[in-house]
Design a protein around this ligand. Structure first.
Ligand code: PRP
Length: 186
């Protein structure tokens, strides 16, 4: 149910829940094929990635284990490329097949940093799987192994993506109305 307030904010559906479900299953099948019977260590960055992670993990048929990272950008925002870990992984990744799972990549600075940090820990392999990509916003080169969808150049919410921490739980992805971006916080 949409509240009056939501109608001021939420615009067109960009990807339906069914489209996302189909694409996540396809990615799961490809990952299952590529990793064969190897155990995959799925690493996700809080918070947005957890929705994709939960569905992707259930679409993968090899053994998986899960671990989480949290990061924060220094003053100046992620544009400066200054990122630090606020929560490290619980487990060692030495000799393991690590797949970083993220909801969205824009500049690539966040994942670029995380990839460098994890690479130094000598995993057996390190790959990246993202659901949404904005390649036209990239500032640094980033090898991405699995991509779900390319996002249009709009502010979007749902399936992990937020507007002021809300709407992550929408099962579909929707545009935020441009006029809503100027609304004061309530
Ligand atoms: C999003 C996303 C990535 C980052 C990508 O996180 O989950 O971590 O932005 O942007 P970049 O490629 O420009 O570095 P966000 O900061 O929105 O935090 P959240 O996951 O808690 O929503």
């Amino acid at each position: 149910m949409m509240l009056a307030r939501d109608e001021e904010i939420l615009g067109d559906v960009i990807f339906t829940a069914a489209e996302i479900r189909r694409r996540v299953r396809e990615l799961g099948r490809r990952i299952t094929r590529d990793y064969q019977a190897n155990e995959v260590q799925l690493v996700t960055v809080l918070k947005g990635g957890v929705f994709f992670l939960a569905d992707l993990a259930r679409a993968i048929r090899c053994p998986v284990s899960l671990d989480f990272l949290a990061i924060s950008s220094y003053a100046g925002g992620s544009q400066s490329g200054e990122v630090r870990l606020t929560k490290d992984l619980d487990e060692s990744i030495v000799g393991r097949h690590v797949l970083i799972v993220e909801d969205v990549v824009d500049t690539g600075l966040t994942l670029g940093y995380i990839r460098r940090v994890l690479e130094q820990r000598r995993p057996a392999s390190l790959r990246i799987c993202i659901l949404f990509d904005r390649p036209y916003r990239r500032l640094v080169d980033l090898p991405i192994d699995y991509v779900g969808f390319e996002l249009p150049d709009l502010f979007v919410v749902g399936y992990g993506l937020d507007y002021r921490q809300r709407y992550r739980n929408l099962p579909e992805v929707r545009a935020v109305k441009p006029e809503a971006l100027a609304l004061p916080e309530r």
